[in-house]
Ligand binder design. Structure first.
Ligand code: ADP
Ligand code: ADP
Length: 231
């Protein structure tokens, strides 16, 4: 579903990604692992269309995302309906006055009618166990609650691919477990999940495949759960 070839991304003074090749198939649950600064967020930003690689190719379902003739806006347009991202800092993505409004925002932008929007809000509140938060102000929620609401607002767009940047950071053990169970359920229901984490212990139980970045921003290894267990 996703194919990356020879992808490079540079920041003004640092290399973000150095010649990355990667294929991710429909329905996979992939964990991007590695220390802080190893390029996990940079990759997620490229996959979501927030960043454009300097060189290399990005294909999504046989559509070229990195083709030269596309503008950044066209690139994002091609990704918008397929890829949804939950940011590490959810405060940058929660800006509405209530949780229900937050979840309704995306579907409204898509031009859905009121009945469809209301249905998506109800469904996504239920999926993420956020029903009791419906009328709360997102900004005032706890860390774990904010992550679930951010996920609900992304799910409301019904993306095939979910990108999550350190979704467990700052959560209590119980909230981490709740988030992982939720992600596993979404994956079982058919979503492709790509999640960045610097903590292998937190995610080892759920990932099917672990892509390990080293601090030189190179792809070090690509291991399946079976490989890891046999080590
Ligand atoms: P990770 O998500 O694994 O922590 P990042 O993708 O955020 O890693 O960072 C990869 C590298 O790019 C690091 O060396 C980081 O310092 C650098 N970097 C990330 N964002 C920026 C930025 N906005 N400006 C300059 N350098 C950056
Ligand atoms: P967590 O265990 O997830 O860290 P917190 O201690 O942050 O939870 O929050 C506990 C409860 O207090 C949550 O229900 C949350 O909604 C509420 N809460 C947290 N911060 C605020 C705030 N700034 N304003 C209003 N309610 C808050």
């Amino acid at each position: 579903m996703i194919k990356l070839a020879n992808l490079c991304y540079d920041y003004p003074n640092t290399c973000g990604l150095d010649h990355l090749d990667l294929t991710i198939n429909t329905g996979e649950f992939v964990c991007l692992m590695g220390p802080n600064g190893s390029g996990k967020s940079t990759l997620l930003r490229i996959l979501s269309g927030l960043a454009t690689p300097k060189t290399g190719e990005y294909w999504l379902r046989d559509q070229a995302i990195t083709a030269n003739y596309l503008s950044d806006a066209q690139r994002r347009q091609r990704l918008h309906q397929t890829v949804g991202m939950v940011f590490q800092n959810t405060d940058v993505q929660l800006f509405n006055t209530s949780v229900a409004e937050e979840i309704a925002f995306g579907p409204r932008q898509l031009g859905l009618n009121d009945a469809e929007i209301a249905q998506r809000v109800t469904d996504c509140l239920h999926l993420t166990a956020c029903e009791t938060l419906r009328d709360r102000v997102p900004y005032q929620l706890s860390g774990g609650e904010k992550k679930r609401v951010a996920l609900a607002s992304v799910l409301a767009l019904n993306p095939e691919i979910l990108l999550l940047d350190e979704p467990l950071n700052g959560l209590t053990i119980a909230a981490q477990q709740q988030m992982l169970t939720l992600l596993q359920r979404l994956n079982a229901a058919g979503k492709t999940i790509i999640m960045a984490s610097h903590n292998f212990q937190q995610v080892q139980a759920v990932g099917q495949r672990f892509i390990i970045f080293n601090s030189l921003h190179q792809l070090d290894a690509d291991m399946s759960q079976a490989d890891l267990q046999s080590q």
